[in-house]
Ligand binder design. Sequence first.
Ligand SMILES: CC(C)(COP(=O)(O)OP(=O)(O)OC[C@H]1O[C@@H](n2cnc3c(N)ncnc32)[C@H](O)[C@@H]1OP(=O)(O)O)[C@@H](O)C(=O)NCCC(=O)NCCS
Length: 157
Amino acid sequence: MEMTIRDLKKEDISLCATIATSSSLQDVYGFTEMGWKEKLEKALEQEENLLFVVEYDTSIAGFAWAHPVGAFLCAPYLRFISVNPTMRGKGIGKLLLQEFEQRTSHLHKDYFLLVSDFNTEAIHFYEKQRYERVGALSDFSVVGVTEIIMRKKRLTS
Ligand SMILES: CC(C)(COP(=O)(O)OP(=O)(O)OC[C@H]1O[C@@H](n2cnc3c(N)ncnc32)[C@H](O)[C@@H]1OP(=O)(O)O)[C@@H](O)C(=O)NCCC(=O)NCCS
């Protein structure tokens, strides 16, 4: 099976919206496929966004959405990442995360993201890729949920 990574295209949006709404996050944040389609369509229109997918044996297995200076207007921010539930545990999430870091490494800044406190699977996944908890935002997106701020220090040579 071959994995390839490429930019997200307009025709991928529908499948990516399905993948985005196939996790437990949906229940808490009220994600809908239509809502995600609209979000991704808008995101694609804004050139500065980084949107890319992993194809696993010709079908889309996951996608990521990032902004090069989405953190503090100066550092890379991973807005969202999601892997098709049937394709998890095959290294696809790791590939997407590495792509985010590679595409923004020229900025020479640390990498940032937010993850919900109840999303322990994702927190473990990020910790394995050397992201550390550096702060918390209570009631930020949803009352009762704390968003953990995670940061990966860029490698200095
Ligand atoms: C989090 C997510 C992106 C991980 O994707 P994935 O393709 O299953 O992860 P990978 O197979 O690439 O795993 C990479 C590494 O993380 C580890 N890992 C993945 N999930 C893990 C978990 N639940 N607990 C511990 N380690 C985990 C893997 O063991 C692997 O380790 P290795 O590098 O030593 O082999 C995926 O579970 C997902 O889409 N979740 C739903 C959406 C979501 O929560 N997104 C995050 C929003 S902030």
